[in-house]
Design a protein around this ligand. Structure first.
Ligand code: FPP
Length: 255
């Protein structure tokens, strides 16, 4: 027990040390596509849901580390609008995860000044999922630490269709002229309108694609891909991604 405590303290100290004097150029917003749960489970001869269960545990580690480093926003792709195509038992299991995670972790999220927000369509989710996330959003709304933005039943194209519809409605009602439609105007209708665009996008498991995730918002994000499967993702991997980001030069189309 004592050994484990000492090891934990050492790890914390190591991370502290790693970032001393190197807090410049930190990404304010990190978005993560947490991929590879199924493959992780398969490699171990376990059912896919075991991978999701393990993946859920990693969230806690990553939130703590991100908060500790001073990241302001962390968006996690937890369930996409396309994930409904999976076998019913897997979908049912995934739908229980926010409830399980928040039941266990909400007290410590509150203690650590984390604010939980949700990005996605709540319609169509089971009531226990909606209740759990609404409770977390409500009970953390006054916090001003890390924003943990859970993308749940989220799909970027769906979000953009909604954005276009909102804009058309305003034009139709005479509140908005077509000529004045610009990026700023449209982005107020994004589900992430209260968050800055991600600076750094991480995807685990070796897949190099966006899978309908924040397509508008990642226009100028830096991407970092790793072969590590999400259940194996560690604090060190997060630190490595941030380190790589810190060395990159962002030009936003300029020189
Ligand atoms: C992708 O791996 C992962 C998901 C579709 C679900 C991710 C969800 C979690 C990590 C837990 C969510 C928990 C909370 C609290 C929001 P995959 O199943 O596609 O893996 P594979 O590509 O190896 O099959």
């Amino acid at each position: 027990m004592l050994e484990r405590f000492i090891k934990k303290e050492e790890t914390a100290a190591k991370h502290e040390e790693a970032f001393v004097g190197e807090k410049e150029n930190l990404p304010a917003h990190i978005a993560i596509i947490m991929d590879g749960n199924g493959r992780w489970a398969k490699q171990k001869g376990l059912p896919r849901i075991a991978g999701h269960r393990e993946g859920m545990k990693v969230i806690n580690k990553v939130v703590r580390e991100a908060n500790h480093i001073g990241i302001k926003y962390l968006t996690l792709y937890a369930f996409s609008t396309e994930n409904w195509k999976r076998p019913k038992a897997e979908v049912d299991f995934l739908m229980r995860l926010p409830e399980k995670f928040l039941h266990k972790e909400l007290p410590s999220l509150k203690e650590n000044n984390v604010r939980v927000t949700i990005m996605g369509t709540l319609d169509g989710l089971p009531s226990y999922t909606i209740d759990a996330v609404k409770k977390a959003v409500e009970e953390t709304k006054e916090n001003n630490g890390l924003v943990l933005n859970l993308a749940l039943n989220y799909g970027s194209r769906h979000e953009m269709i909604r954005m276009v519809k909102e804009a058309c409605r305003e034009v139709q009602e005479g509140k908005q002229s077509i000529e004045d439609i610009d990026e700023n105007y449209l982005s107020q209708f994004l589900l992430s309108s209260k968050l800055p665009d991600p600076d750094l996008l991480i995807r685990t498991s070796g897949e190099i694609r966006l899978s309908n995730f924040m397509l508008w918002q990642v226009a100028y994000s830096e991407f970092w891909f790793t072969n590590v499967l999400w259940p194996d993702f560690s604090e060190e991997d997060l630190v490595e991604a941030i380190r790589v980001y810190q060395k990159r030069k962002r030009r936003y189309g300029g020189v």
